[in-house]
Design a protein around this ligand. Structure first.
Ligand code: SAM
Length: 302
């Protein structure tokens, strides 16, 4: 496996995100299609960008790829990406101010401050975001419990305070580096299906959808008000067939239901005809013990 740290990686995900793929980058790199570094692929599409670990890695290590199309259904996340892309200086200024105010408080007042920013965020985001809202999301992400993003039925962010001693809130250097890389990208809010207009035979598509829960009580799929059902996983498999028909290459990651039930052939059935391999990963966002050890994940390619 290639040692990821030996390669250039300046800009890194600026948000903690459930299902972040930093730990799988080596496995992903090993499965990139033949011809990946020869100019055969000039566009990259990531329909479920989340924190964007794979995007940042590929954008900085494969200059042959000229254009990146990033999609996510989460409008708060997309607003944040676009603020980092287009207005990074004012974003840093706002975030710096929030950080200084927060760090000057004692722990009890920090919690009150957090709840106040959360309230403002939920109120202001209704009017379509902007830089201030983006700065608040980054602050909430760095100070909330476990770096989770979760909303209630009214689409209000409702994660409790995280109680960290000295959270790094405004990573100026990384935000500037991220902004530079994002100049190569279009970041769009919408369902994954909409990304198909950018896919052709010179495109590589990396898909990291919300996981199919490992068991009935796991709730990894609540990234946004629209959850990702089993029907959506099937819709996604059909989308992958369309990617194939367009002559593009894809790599898709998902949880492996065989961790729980050896006889669960869901993915073998819906991805019949594609290559399915299993790699080891540690599941981190779930607080339950079952999610903490080494589990196997699926990487599916055409
Ligand atoms: C597993 S996360 C992606 C994590 C990402 N690979 C990373 O490294 O952080 C899945 C993402 O899909 C998004 N999502 C959920 N349903 C979607 C849909 N129908 N279309 C596009 N994106 C969707 C979620 O908002 C979430 O950000």
């Amino acid at each position: 496996m290639i040692a990821i740290n030996e390669k250039i990686r300046l800009a890194k995900p600026f948000l903690k995100w459930a299902g972040g793929k930093t730990q799988l980058l080596g496995e992903i790199e090993n499965r990139l299609p033949n011809g990946f570094s020869t100019g055969q692929f000039i566009t990259y599409v990531e329909p479920f960008v989340g924190g964007g670990a794979a995007f940042f890695y590929i954008a900085q290590n494969y200059p042959e790829i000229k254009k990146f199309y990033l999609y996510d259904v989460n409008s708060d996340l997309v607003n944040c990406y676009n603020a980092v892309k287009s207005k990074v200086k004012s974003l840093i200024k706002s975030l710096d101010e929030i950080e200084s105010s927060f760090l000057s408080l004692n722990q009890e007042n920090r919690k009150k401050f957090y709840l106040d920013i959360r309230k403002q965020f939920n109120h202001e985001k209704i009017n379509n975001g902007g830089v201030e809202v983006a700065a608040k999301l980054i602050f909430l992400n760095k100070t909330c419990f476990n770096g989770l993003y979760r909303v209630n039925s009214k689409n209000e962010f409702n994660v409790p305070f995280g109680d960290y001693k000295n959270p790094k809130i405004c990573d100026r250097e990384n935000l500037l580096a991220v902004s530079e890389i994002l100049q190569l990208a279009e970041i769009v809010c919408g369902d994954f299906i909409k990304s198909k207009k950018y896919i052709n035979n010179k495109t590589f598509v990396y898909l990291d959808p919300p996981y199919r829960p490992l068991n009935a009580t796991a709730s990894f799929t609540s990234y946004s008000k629209d959850s990702f059902s089993e029907q959506d996983q099937i819709r996604l498999a059909d989308f992958c067939r369309e990617i194939e028909r367009k002559g593009a290459k894809f790599l898709l990651s998902n949880s492996d239901p065989k961790n729980e039930n050896k006889n669960d052939h869901f993915f073998e059935n819906i991805f019949k005809g594609f290559d399915i391999c299993r790699v080891k990963a540690s599941r981190m966002i779930n607080c339950k013990a079952i999610g903490r050890g080494q589990i196997s994940e699926l990487l599916i390619t055409n």
